[in-house]
Design a protein around this ligand. Structure first.
Ligand SMILES: Nc1ncnc2c1ncn2[C@@H]1O[C@H](COP(=O)(O)OP(=O)(O)OP(=O)(O)O)[C@@H](O)[C@H]1O
Ligand SMILES: [Mg+2]
Length: 326
């Protein structure tokens, strides 16, 4: 299952991504985590030192490798330059499993506390113009588009705050999107804005309260979010300890916060996989992207990269370079 964490800056996306990923990994589940945020903090939240994080090979710095591997023998994609962030898989493309050996994972994925982590890489000021900035997140989008996650496998993505995810189809790549909300008017504002952007796209969103310190906080979120509020995490000494550099085992997390993570996992495990929708939305955003700028830049019509007969999902694995689902 593919899971995104979104929400206002500072609401706790990274903290919750890391707690959720670590709690899944602690039960022996395969977990792949992507740091796709402008502020790259997921590695530290998982327990890496700043120096170790700085040494992580960024996905954004390995786009030629990623593109070349994923296009495989797809005749609609003659070379890696032809591949843009939204190019969908088709017959001959290589699909990825959440856990397997492949050159991309070998180069860019590192295991931290049982979680397999990849980072898009830090954004510079130059990246914050439209095309380049999104090309780094684009590496994650390409991987997600080609990733066939089986039941009980989890792909957790720490996303950038606000509306940036809507500049491409990235926000549609998830089985469940957790929208992290602090009990503040501004956080609720970001929540409503996200819902508004996503409303036409059949995206499954669950609100998760965070940094709750008393009943007033909880009541505020309940009133504002109603039944959209799945669960809440309280202000956590476990998280505060991590901020002081003391990363405690996930088994030492407070009981109420552990229960909140379990409720989140239950939602993910209960979500229905819809591979046809997944591919349909990938194609939809690719066609938009091609019409908006990508075809112009490539010098030819990139809508011809769409393979109308391709059926995404586990059934497609035996025909790609990836290992079949066991
Ligand atoms: N449940 C919690 N209890 C205590 N502190 C928390 C909790 N959740 C988050 N924090 C703290 O709040 C701060 C912001 O959290 P975090 O970095 O996870 O937010 P973010 O949404 O990823 O921020 P950004 O938008 O900058 O990426 C951090 O100092 C973090 O330790
Ligand atoms: Mg963050």
């Amino acid at each position: 299952m593919k899971i995104a964490f979104v929400g206002k800056g500072g609401s706790g996306k990274t903290t919750l991504s890391s707690l959720f990923a670590r709690s899944l990994a602690a039960t022996g589940s395969p977990v792949l985590a992507f740091d796709a945020d402008i502020n790259q903090h997921l590695g530290v939240a998982l327990g890496l030192s700043e120096e170790e994080c700085a040494r992580m090979p960024p996905l954004g710095g390995h786009l030629p490798l990623i593109k070349d591997y994923l296009r495989g023998r797809n005749p609609r994609i003659p070379d890696s330059d032809a591949m843009v962030k939204t190019t969908p898989p088709g017959a001959g493309s290589r699909l990825l499993r959440a856990v397997e050996d492949n050159p991309i994972y070998e180069r860019c994925v590192r295991e931290v506390d049982g979680v397999r982590l990849a980072v898009t890489g830090p954004f510079t000021d130059v990246d914050l113009g439209v095309a380049c900035y999104h090309s780094k997140v684009g590496a994650a989008e390409l991987l997600l588009n080609h990733l066939v996650d089986g039941p009980g496998e989890y792909v957790v993505v720490d996303m950038t705050a606000g509306a940036d995810a809507f500049a491409s189809g990235l926000f549609t790549r998830f089985d469940v999107t957790f929208l992290v909300c602090e009990p503040t008017v501004r956080s609720i504002g970001v929540y409503r804005q996200y819902l508004e952007y996503a409303k036409d796209f059949d995206v499954r969103i669950a609100a998760v309260g965070n940094k709750i310190s008393d009943d007033d906080d909880r009541d505020f979120l309940r009133t504002q979010l109603g039944s959209d509020l799945l669960t809440c995490l309280s202000t956590s000494r476990h998280v505060r300890a991590a901020e002081r550099g003391e990363v405690r085992p996930i088994s030492a997390l407070e009981d109420d916060n552990t229960a909140a993570l379990t409720a989140m996992r239950d939602v993910v495990d209960g979500a229905e996989k819809d591979w046809a929708k997944f591919q349909r939305q990938a194609v939809e955003f690719h066609l938009r992207n091609a019409a908006a700028w990508a075809s112009d830049r490539a010098g030819h019509d990139l809508s011809d990269q769409v393979d109308p007969d391709f059926q995404h999902g586990p059934a497609a694995l035996p025909f790609s370079g990836a290992a079949p689902v066991s």
